[in-house]
Design a protein around this ligand. Structure first.
Ligand code: 7TS
Length: 423
């Protein structure tokens, strides 16, 4: 019996080389064949979560059907192959991010847990009263609230880099805000509400000139563009498996070993120790020091399959295709009377947020749903972004490499239908 990760490497994506053979790729995603309200599903809520290719579903199934056991502890056969599979996935993620060591790849529940880990471990050790944490005006709540909790705990101050009306960070303001009290910068690589791709390499370089470490929230970037943590130079990078076409409940925190070595554990329990007595506990080596308890093993295996799948398609091809799709959708939506796009940065990823004069975004979402079109309407867990643009919410279409121009046409027709219903 082959281990799940080997099986997941197989065939499905082969033949889908750049330029993308989208019709072929769509065959890999069983959910894309289903109907919603009697209409073909048009799934444009990829920023919330990505759909799963059959290879990921198979990897998870196969793990439970043929390998299920606990890892890092059993000496029996199943435990050994499950451990090998889980650790192979870690090695795949290491290559995916071009990290220099597997010890720098920590399995977490998702981006949210990755950021909380850094806030509570790095933050509580190194951030003191009067220090500052610098984030940006376009952060998801999960890159705001953990820092507020930390600031409250240690008496530090949260500062925010503002953005312009296109949704681009003001670099001069960033430079001005970096100072001797800044102990950490934490910014989104790509904004989930606006689609802005931030110039993160430049932001890292500017912070490093002052020896300030940088965390990048890669939740919306890793599924859409090549991420090379060594090239970016960032100190931490977090992303979620479920947005990268893998299972829910699994994600990655990359951290430079020099930081992870200096940080205390985030949680205590099994697996993160090397020796326990009632007097003193010695912690395990990296990355296990940060992985207390039985992890989401099937999720890790599934994430390995997702990374293989996405790498097999090729992130350069994905980025280029999604850029084309975004341009097509932007142009088409701009023809709708009274429609305003929120987030018009020069560098954007596959997110299109918009508002319609006189129609609440939730009503847009409801009418679109009846047409089989899944989008998200609301504040997108980025309330300060809504406040900045003076809107209570937006409708948001977000794309993946399996979406098509024909689906964009369905979206645009459905938006016209909204106008008919509400005007
Ligand atoms: N950071 C960004 C930029 C995000 O877009 C999200 C989730 C998170 C962090 C949190 O990720 P999680 O997997 O830990 O929940 N964003 C969205 C969204 O835009 N719609 O639903 C979830």
């Amino acid at each position: 019996m082959k281990p799940a990760h080997e099986v997941t490497d197989a065939k499905s994506w082969r033949g889908a080389r750049s330029p993308l053979d989208v019709a072929r790729i769509r065959e890999d995603f069983p959910i894309l064949k289903r109907q919603v309200h009697g209409k073909p599903l048009v799934y444009l809520d990829n920023a919330a979560t990505g759909q799963k290719p059959q290879v990921v579903i198979d990897a998870v199934n196969r793990y439970y059907a043929t390998e299920n056991s606990n890892i890092h502890r059993g000496i029996h056969f199943l435990s050994e192959i499950a451990t090998a599979d889980y650790e192979e996935s870690r090695a795949k993620v290491k290559r995916f991010l071009n990290a220099s060591d597997t010890g720098e790849i920590i399995f977490v529940r998702g981006t949210t847990e990755g950021i909380n880990l850094v806030a509570q471990s790095y933050g509580r050790r190194f951030v003191k009263q009067g220090d500052e944490i610098l984030i940006s005006a376009m952060e998801h709540h999960s890159n705001i609230v953990p820092w507020q909790i930390l600031c409250e705990q240690v008496g530090a101050r949260l500062r925010v880099v503002p953005m312009n009306h296109d949704g681009e960070l003001l670099i001069e303001e960033y430079e001005r805000l970096l100072n001797d009290r800044t102990k950490l910068v934490s910014v989104a690589h790509v904004s989930n509400a606006l689609g802005t791709v931030n110039p993160v390499k430049q932001l890292v370089e500017m912070a490093h000139r002052r020896k300030i470490p940088v965390l990048l929230d890669g939740a919306q970037a890793a599924p859409h563009m090549k991420v090379d943590v060594q090239e970016l130079g960032c100190d931490f990078y977090a992303f979620s498996g479920h947005k990268l076409f893998g299972p829910t409940g699994i994600g990655i925190l990359y951290g430079k070993s020099k930081h992870l070595e200096a940080m205390p554990p985030y949680q205590g329990g099994g697996d993160m120790i090397s020796l326990v007595t009632f007097e003193k506990t010695h912690y395990n080596i990296l990355p296990y020091k940060f992985e207390a308890g039985t992890p989401h093993i099937a999720g890790g295996v599934g994430l390995g399959a997702a990374v293989d799948y996405l790498s097999g398609i090729g992130l350069e091809a994905v980025t280029a295709y999604e850029k084309e799709l975004l341009a097509y959708a932007t142009e088409a939506l701009c023809t709708v009377q009274g429609l305003r796009i929120i987030g018009t940065a020069k560098e954007k990823a596959a997110v299109l947020s918009f508002v319609l004069d006189g129609v609440h975004p939730h009503d847009i979402g409801t009418v679109l749903d009846q047409e089989g079109v899944a989008i998200r309407a609301g504040h997108h867990c980025a309330m300060p972004v809504m406040q900045r643009f003076g809107v209570p919410a937006t409708a948001r279409a977000s794309f993946a490499f399996y979406n098509t121009k024909e689906e964009v046409d369905v979206l645009v027709r459905a938006v016209h239908k909204v106008l008919k219903v509400f005007r």
